[in-house]
Structure formats: structure tokens, C-alpha cells
Ligand binder design. Structure first.
Ligand code: C5P
Length: 237
């Protein structure tokens, strides 16, 4: 399948059309951004690592019954996907306190959240992805209550599957973000799952192995992504 035109250029991925109107090619770039895209750096190998990481995780989720947009891996940096009508809302599950939750509530980083929290954010860089809730989605028409309920159920289901995969690899899945879209009326998981959109801590040392290394200028960003990939069984080369 060949790339035709560039449809959309996001902060880390470019979306291309193909000759099939139902299919797109996602190209994972090396760009790494923080602060809603105000800080961007190129990290060698990141596009390849995240593409293969995402493909591996999406296949695990699909095997557990979660519908995903993945069709096939095309190259180191490209994956063929179903074209979704994306819902402009991010679904976040938190198993431990970190990031914006710690800032907002002043709770201690790392405390266990039982049951895990579910947050919604509007995808809007200019407004810094504000936190929203179910009633905003309905009033502004971003997603129907039925489809949002399905998104929430699938996000919690993904949390169960992924918590086990990372736990078996000596890692804590602290939190993560998923994005969904509609394909012929069905809610389908889109975008990506990688250490760019999740927090992963080493179980013993509590070392951060995710994009917080970039956000907090801790160094060793790609080395950490590659170690996570290797521990869960992603083949990178
Ligand atoms: O920033 P916050 O603590 O709300 O992030 C929660 C989780 O969602 C983190 O794993 C973060 O990487 C992810 N996230 C994301 N994209 C955003 C906001 C959060 O991937 N725009």
C-alpha cells in the first residue's frame, strides 16, 4: 500500500491517505514534544520504537477483544490502519497518582488509586487539553453518551490487559491515555499506545521509563523506551 497525500501532521505522527478510502498510513516520526508542542526535539530511533511498540500492544488488545484500527505493519516507521472518524476526547486511566493529578489535588506522587480513576480531556492544544466530563461531551456534541460509555468500558478493559503485561515485565502501569474513533458506526481504538502517552515505572527502583524522562529532562529517553520494549517482548530489530 502506497502513501498518497499527507492528510494531517500531528506532533509525533503524520497521517497519509492511500488508494483505499477506508485505509490510512500512520508514519511515526522522531519528533518528541512537550508543553503542548512548544518544546520539540528529534530523538533518534523514536519513530521506529514507538511504531513497533504500538503495533505489539494493539495486537495484545485486539486479542483481548478490543477493536483497534490496526491492519498491518508496513515498515519500521509506518503502519496501515483503518480510517476512523476520531472523537476529539482523550480517555485517561490512572492506577497511581502522577502528573496533572498531583498538580491538581496536591496528593503524593505514587499513591495507589483504587479503584483506578478515569479522566476525560478535550483534544485542543491551544486550550492546553482542558479537563472535561461526560456532560460536556453530550452538550457540545463531541461524542454520544452511548459511545462514551463504550470508550470508558474499553479503556478500563485495556487497563486490565496492560497492567498484567507490564507487571509481568517488572513495570508499574501508572497511567495512560487512549483515543478512539468511529469506523462504520463502531467505537474503535485509534492513535497509539507507547511510552509517549503512558507512565511506566520500574517496580523495584520506581525509575521513570516513559516520556516523563523527556518532560523532566532526565536523559536516556529512548534507552528507557527500548528497555521497556525489550522487557515486554517487542522485537525492535
Ligand atoms: O498529564 P496527565 O498526568 O494528565 O497525563 C496522564 C497520562 O496521559 C500520562 O500517561 C500522559 O502521558 C498521557 N497524556 C497524553 N497526552 C496528553 C495528556 C496526557 O498522552 N495530551
Amino acid at each position: 500500500m502506497q502513501k498518497l497525500a499527507e492528510l494531517y501532521r500531528g506532533k509525533a505522527k503524520t497521517v497519509h491517505t492511500t488508494e483505499d478510502p477506508d485505509l490510512l498510513i500512520l508514519e511515526f516520526r522522531n519528533d518528541t514534544s512537550a508543553l503542548d508542542g512548544q518544546r520539540i526535539e528529534q530523538l533518534d530511533r523514536k519513530g521506529m520504537v514507538n511504531n513497533k511498540f504500538n503495533y505489539f500492544i494493539m495486537n495484545k488488545l485486539a486479542a483481548a477483544g478490543i477493536p483497534t484500527q490496526i491492519v498491518s505493519l508496513l515498515s519500521d516507521n509506518e503502519v496501515l490502519v483503518k480510517k476512523l472518524d476520531m472523537v476529539p476526547v482523550e480517555c485517561v486511566v490512572r492506577n497511581r497518582a502522577a502528573g496533572s493529578l498531583v498538580k491538581r489535588l496536591g496528593v503524593e506522587e505514587g499513591i495507589e488509586l483504587n479503584p483506578p480513576l478515569f479522566d476525560l480531556f478535550l483534544k485542543n492544544d491551544a486550550m492546553h487539553d482542558p479537563m472535561i466530563n461526560e456532560s460536556y461531551c453530550q452538550t457540545f456534541g463531541w461524542v454520544t453518551p452511548e459511545n462514551l460509555a463504550r470508550m470508558k468500558q474499553l479503556t478500563y478493559q485495556a487497563n486490565e490487559v496492560l497492567t498484567k503485561i507490564f507487571d509481568d515485565a517488572g513495570l508499574i502501569l501508572v497511567d495512560f491515555k487512549l483515543e478512539f474513533g468511529l469506523f462504520k458506526g463502531e467505537v474503535v481504538l485509534g492513535d497509539e499506545f507507547s511510552p509517549d502517552g503512558s507512565r511506566l515505572w520500574d517496580k523495584n527502583t520506581l525509575n521513570k521509563m516513559d516520556k516523563d524522562r523527556f518532560r523532566q529532562s532526565l536523559g536516556g529517553v529512548i534507552e528507557a523506551y527500548e528497555e521497556v520494549a525489550q522487557r515486554i517482548g517487542v522485537k525492535l530489530d
